[in-house]
Design a protein around this ligand. Sequence first.
Ligand code: CMC
Length: 437
Amino acid sequence: MTNEKKSAANTFTITDNSNGKSWDLPVIDGTVGPRVVDIRKFYSDTGCFTYDPGFTSTGSCSSKITYIDGDAGVLLHRGYPIEQLAENCDFLEVAFLLLFGNLPNADELKQFNHDITYHSMLHEQIQRFYSGFRRDAHPMAVSCGVVGALSAFYHDSLDFTDPYQRIVAETRLIAKMPTIVSWAYKYSIGQPFTYPRNDLSYAGNFLQMLFSVPCEPYRVSPVLTKAMNRILILHADHEQNASTSTVRLAGSSGANPFACIAAGIASLWGPSHGGANEAVLNMLMQIGSKDRVGEYVKRAKDKDDPFRLMGFGHRVYKNYDPRAKIMQQTCREVFDELGVHNEPLLQIAMELERIALEDDYFIEKKLYPNVDFYSGIIFRAMGIPTSMFTALFALARTTGWVAQWLEMIDDPEMKIGRPRQLYTGATQRDYVPLDKR
Ligand code: CMC
C-alpha cells in the first residue's frame, strides 16, 4: 500500500478490525452513475479477497457503450435514450452506434449497410453442418453450434490482435446471424433454406428468410418489419449482463470472436436471462385463463414453491424496465395492425401485470415487468414459434456482444479474467490407497 496522501473525497477507507489496520482505496468517478471503489490492489495490500457471488456489487470493466439507471428505469446507448432510438432508428444505425460510438451520417450508414448486406450469406458447406443436427434440435443449440463452427470456416478473421480481422469478424457475425437463426428454424420444420435478399432491411430480410418459400412470392409486411426492427433495437445491448460478461470473459483469454459469441449464446439460453421470453409464453399458456392469474401470483410469492413469475424482476431495474414499456406499446400496435383483438394470452398477461403491480410482495421487492414479458406475445402474433424466441434475442444481442468484445480488446487495462474464490473444501490430507478406503 502506498502512503501517498489522497483527498478524502477520492478515497474509501477500509479497516480490518482484527488488527486495526486501515487502507485508503482509490475511488473512481464515471461520467454518470455510482462511484466505483478501485480494489485492484486490495489483495496485494491486505491479503484478503472480496466476496461477491453473482457480482451484485462488482464492476468488471469500464465501458462507454451502455448506461443503465435501474432505479429510474433509464437505458442509454452511447448517451441516447432507448426510447428515442427505438422510435427513430433502423437497427443498423443502432448497431453502428454501439460499435463505433456515434450515430452514422448518411455516407457511413450507406457503407455500413453495404458491408453487412454483402456478408450475409453463409459458406455453402455450412448447410451440411445443419444436417448433422437432429430435426427437433432447439434453435439455440443449433445457433450456438453453427456460430462456434464459423471459426472453422473463416480462418482469415480469427486473429483478435489484428484490427482489420476484428472488423471483418464483427461484420460477418452481425451479417450472418439472421441467416444462421432463420436456417435453424427452416431446418426444424423441414423447409428449404432461404437465402438473404440484399434489397431488404436487416429486419425485413430476417422475416423473409424465416417465412418465405421458393414456390411463391413473399411480401414482407411493413408493419411486422417495423415491429421486428424495434424488437431488435430493444435487445441490442444491455451492459454487463451474464451473456455479455461471458463473451468478455471468453475473449479475455484471446479466444477467437466466433467462439466468444458462441459462449454468449450459451449463457443467454438460461431462463433467468434470454430464455425468459420462451418461459413467459409457456407460463401464460400454463395459466390458461384470466381467472387463474391470482393462483399463479400466489405461487410466485410462496417461498416453498420454486415457481417465479417469468418476465418479472431484474437484477438492475428496480423500476419498470424501459424496454418493457416500448414492448407493451409495440404489442398493441402489432395486434391492432393484424386485427387480432382479445388475444387470450395478451389478456392474461395484462391481468397478470395489473395484479402483480398492485401486490405488496412485488411492490416491496420492486419487481416490474422486464423486456421479456411482452416480447413472446408479439413473436407469437407474428407467427414465430416459441422455440425461436431466445434465438431471436441472440440475433439482436450479437451486435452488443461484438461491440463489447471490440471495446475490451482495445482497452489497455484488459487482462485475462480470473476471479478468485472463498475455498470451503477439505484442507490438505494424504492419499489413501483403494483397499484402505
Ligand atoms: N417472481 C417471484 N419472485 C421473484 C421474482 C419473480 N420473477 N424475481 C425475483 N423474485 C424475488 C426473489 O425470490 C427474491 O426474494 P427474497 O429476497 O425474499 O429471497 C427477491 O425477489 C430478489 O430476487 P433475486 O433472485 O435475488 O434477484 P436477482 O437479481 O438475483 O434475479 C432475475 C433477477 C431476473 C434472475 C429474477 O428476477 C428472475 O428470476 N426473474 C424471472 C426470470 C426473468 O424474467 N428473467 C429475464 C430478465 S430480463 C432479460 C435478461 O436479462 O435476459
